[in-house]
Design a protein around this ligand. Structure first.
Ligand SMILES: Nc1nc2c(c(=O)[nH]1)N[C@H]1C(S)=C(S)[C@@H](COP(=O)(O)OP(=O)(O)OC[C@H]3O[C@@H](n4cnc5c(=O)[nH]c(N)nc54)[C@H](O)[C@@H]3O)O[C@H]1N2
Ligand SMILES: Nc1nc2c(c(=O)[nH]1)N[C@H]1C(S)=C(S)[C@@H](COP(=O)(O)OP(=O)(O)OC[C@H]3O[C@@H](n4cnc5c(=O)[nH]c(N)nc54)[C@H](O)[C@@H]3O)O[C@H]1N2
Ligand SMILES: [Mo]
Length: 765
């Protein structure tokens, strides 16, 4: 078998870099032009504009781009989308088809030599496909045969715990609910999901401290905030509509602090895409104070701020802390304040890369304002001490009483458009007892109690051959996960790998003994079942549950909806299920009734979700009620700064997204906002560091990562001098995933440390 020659990583060849000026502002006319170009190329202009008019409208479909919420009230025609949302839609609604003919003329080996960009551009998969043992070509298979094969392989396992059921965050509430029910009736909690690699650290920290793993603010809070702190996040690229919310904060007199190793264009300056009059000219400065922190220097920075706050409060009692809130609502203040004395500002400062003056300026803004929102994303969640990062953010908000009131609170900005909803639906390897009890009662079965594998544990189990069947509900497991070569081996060890997918991706090529691709409908397509056209529901980053309805005709009549695929798998696998799977999918209202019966906050689900705009789920932190925590109060915690020690020739590397990708889906080869065109194999470096190791602009280097005495290698990256702190570097994911060691993960949350990788560089002569 030719598996050895199959490429688990993108090719190392360079694509012809061009450097341009970094734009002085984000969005504006260029963004509109770029969006329309993608739409035109993939879908055609007229159909494309029709599609854009349905994005995030109350009768339209939820943009698959990100989980940023839509305004509760006004929604302008063509207004609730952004450049990158438009690209996401274009990518799904593409004219390009991956048909059985395509597969019969392209071997797996050949396809694996393509770049992720080329693989994605091949298009949407039209038929269920099987890769038989020993073959190098996928062939068409009937849905029935595909389901039977999965059922047979699952039932052949010695234990249900030998199967892995992964979920990516685009899956609707209805599909996710059915999927977890199927998996638990089969007998395992092995439900790893993309959250394990994403906001798991936020969930862990927020549950412990505030009693809910989700953020507390609503979109309207941005209209009322005095101060918004954006940490470790690049909204100009990844949540462009957030810039509108930030500009509202500014309009109302609020201030913005940005904490980031990179001066990300969108945060610094912005032009409203909905206001063409403002496209010409300078745009709006969003950030009032930019703290160019060193990678993983956030706990050190927050500790200095907290120490300054404490000092001021001691000098001038009642000038900083909200004592009423602290006394009534929190626990652990004394230990927390005492622990701050264990650290000195002098020893913390070098970790931040900032001057004390800059940090004092930030502290001043925090001390003088009461309504504070802190936003964050992957810059805080993907480090060894990520949970500490987020708990320290909570400490700051608690001292100020800046939670559970208008204009204040926590704002972890979610990634995938329904990643938060999937968790609400029970996609989690560590389900709560209360939820399992309700499932058992409603569906008359015994749910497994043993906690399942998260993403890293799942990879390790497959590597050790302790897990033998992998099923992915969406996503692109091989390219999204760390330690590419190790993970490839893990997947290749399986008896069967199955992917429910819209588009071709690398995970279809890194396969087990046999493999299946089960093609599903996309968000933008009509989902017709026995009772007529269905809608699905999703939950955004701020806990609003709402409808999403596709309007396009499905691109192939052989596609099934995700709920129908789950029902098919369940019917073929489960022998004693008392659930009528086939009936549930005739009308998704039936699924929603079951959700209402088993999950809190979904009362009158079918009725309330039909109200335009949807409804908010309960949120105890938003209501200033912290009873769900262990102490029944909001908890102060003591946290540790980074413990990384770099050797003289070592650098810390973060892996980030370009402006032209959606996770592992590569829309194009440009990173316009960072001035890099037509190349993804680049490494951003500080010019002083370049001098120190003797490399020049556009020199080619190989990268080696170092972890517990092991080395991993990635070849051929071009050096780009950039505004980034000393000893810090950045590369793009998924290209650099090969360097992320499988065992390098966050404490508690087990999130791979995709933003902290220790590397050295070797110049290629
Ligand atoms: N267009 C588009 N939209 C997307 C996605 C996409 O790929 N493309 N992905 C979606 C998903 S799943 C997610 S999770 C989100 C991701 O959204 P982001 O978290 O914004 O994405 P990243 O590119 O990982 O950027 C991380 C940011 O954190 C900064 N950073 C890195 N390390 C540190 C640190 O130690 N401290 C601080 N303070 N900052 C740091 C980086 O410089 C960068 O600006 O976006 C979602 N939306
Ligand atoms: N080094 C590094 N690694 C990272 C990160 C990082 O910052 N650095 N970020 C991590 C993060 S935050 C995340 S969330 C993960 C993302 O991990 P995943 O969610 O696994 O990856 P995606 O690239 O979002 O998945 C894209 C694939 O989903 C399929 N798809 C798209 N739409 C649909 C649909 O509607 N239904 C179905 N069934 N399939 C669909 C398509 O086939 C597409 O190829 O990656 C993580 N990996
Ligand atoms: Mo994510």
């Amino acid at each position: 078998m030719g598996t050895k020659k199959i490429h688990a990583q993108p090719p190392e060849e360079l694509t012809g870099i061009k450097l341009t000026n970094i734009p002085s502002s984000a969005v504006g006319a260029k963004a509109i032009a770029s969006a329309l170009t993608h739409v035109n190329e993939e879908v055609g202009l007229i159909k494309g504009i029709g599609l854009l008019s349905k994005i995030n409208q109350k009768d339209g479909f939820d943009c698959p781009g990100c989980a940023w919420p839509d305004p509760d009230e006004k929604r302008a025609f063509l207004a609730e989308y952004c450049e990158n949302g438009a690209k996401a839609i274009a990518e799904e609604a593409t004219k390009n088809r991956v048909s059985p003919m395509f597969f019969s003329t392209h071997s797996i080996q050949e396809l694996s030599k393509l770049s992720d960009y080329e693989i994605g551009k091949s298009g949407r998969i039209t038929h269920p496909m099987i890769l038989k043992e020993g073959s190098d070509y996928y062939e068409e298979i009937s849905w029935n045969d595909a389901f039977s094969l999965v059922g047979k392989e699952l039932n052949n396992l010695e234990s249900p715990d030998e199967a892995i059921f992964y979920t990516s965050g685009r899956t609707s509430n209805e599909a996710a609910f059915l999927y977890q029910l199927f998996v638990r009736q089969f007998g395992t909690n092995n439900l790893p999901d993309c959250s394990n690699m994403c906001h798991e650290s936020s969930g862990a920290a927020l549950s412990e401290t505030l009693g809910i793993g989700k953020g507390s603010v609503t979109l309207d809070d941005f209209n009322h905030a005095d101060l918004v702190i954006v940490m470790g996040q690049n909204p100009g690229t990844n949540h462009p509509r957030m810039l509108t919310a930030l500009s509202e904060t500014k309009k109302n007199g609020g201030k913005i602090i940005t904490v980031n190793p990179l001066p990300e264009v969108g945060l610094l300056n912005y032009k409203d895409p909905q206001n063409p009059l403002k496209w010409i000219g300078k745009g709006q400065d969003l950030t009032d104070l930019f703290l160019q922190v060193k990678i993983n220097g956030d706990v050190a920075l927050l500790k200095i701020i907290l120490k300054i706050m404490k000092e001021k409060e001691l000098e001038q009692p009642n000038s900083v802390f909200n004592h009423k809130f602290i006394k009534e609502k929190t626990s652990g203040i004394d230990e927390f304040l005492e622990d701050l004395d264990n650290y000195s500002i002098e020893s913390l400062l070098p970790q931040t890369g900032l001057t004390l003056k800059q940090i004092k300026d930030a502290s001043e803004l925090i001390i003088n304002n009461d309504k504070i929102i802190i936003c964050w994303a992957m810059g805080l969640t993907q480090h060894k001490n990520s949970v500490d990062n987020i708990r320290e953010v909570v400490n700051l908000l608690l001292l100020k009483g800046s939670i559970g009131k208008k204009g204040a609170g926590t704002c972890p900005v979610r990634g995938h458009s329904n990643v938060q909803g999937d968790r609400t639906m029970g996609i989690w390897e560590k389900p709560k007892e209360d939820f399992l009890n309700k499932l058992e009662k409603e569906f008359s079965f015994n749910a497994p109690r043993k906690h399942g594998y998260d993403v890293v544990a799942a990879i390790e189990a497959m590597h050790k051959k302790e897990a033998k069947v992998f099923i992915g509900m969406g996503g692109n497991f091989i390219s999204a996960t760390p330690d590419t070569e190790f993970t490839a081996k893990a997947l290749q060890n399986c008896n069967l790998t199955v992917h429910v997918s819209t588009k071709l991706n690398r995970s279809h090529l890194i396969h087990g003994r046999q493999a299946l691709i089960l093609p599903c409908l996309g968000r933008s397509e009509k989902d017709n079942q026995e009772s007529g056209d269905q809608f699905v529901t999703v939950e955004n980053s701020m806990g609003v549950v709402h409808q999403s309805q596709g309007h396009l005709n499905p691109l192939s009549k052989h596609l099934l909806s995700e709920p129908a695929i789950v029902a098919g798998l369940a019917n073929a696998t489960l022998k004693n299920s008392k659930v009528n799977w086939s009936e549930l999918i005739t009308n998704y209202d039936f699924i929603r009734d079951k959700i209402e019966a088993t999950i809190n906050g979904f009362d009158n689900y079918n009725e309330r979700v039909r109200i335009k705009g949807g409804f908010y789920l309960p949120n105890n932190a938003r209501d200033n009620d912290f009873k769900p925590t262990k102490t029944k109060k909001a908890n102060f915690t003591t946290n540790k700064p980074s413990e990384i020690k770099l050797e003289d020739d070592q650098f810390i590397m973060m892996t980030i997204r370009t402006h032209d990708q959606y996770n592992t889906t590569i829309y194009g080869l440009d990173d316009r906002y960072r001035g890099v065109l037509n190349e993804r194999r680049v490494i951003f470096m500080n010019p002083n560091d370049m001098k120190k190791i003797g490399v020049q602009k556009l020199d080619k280097v190989d990268l080696t990562s170092h972890f517990q005495g092991q080395e991993r290698h990635a070849k051929g990256f071009l050096v780009i001098p950039y505004s980034i702190p000393n000893q810090c570097t950045a590369t793009y994911f998924p290209e650099a995933n090969v360097l992320v060691p499988i065992k390098s993960k966050a404490d508690i949350s087990h999130t791979p440390t995709s933003k902290t990788i220790i590397i050295t560089l070797q110049k290629v002569s």
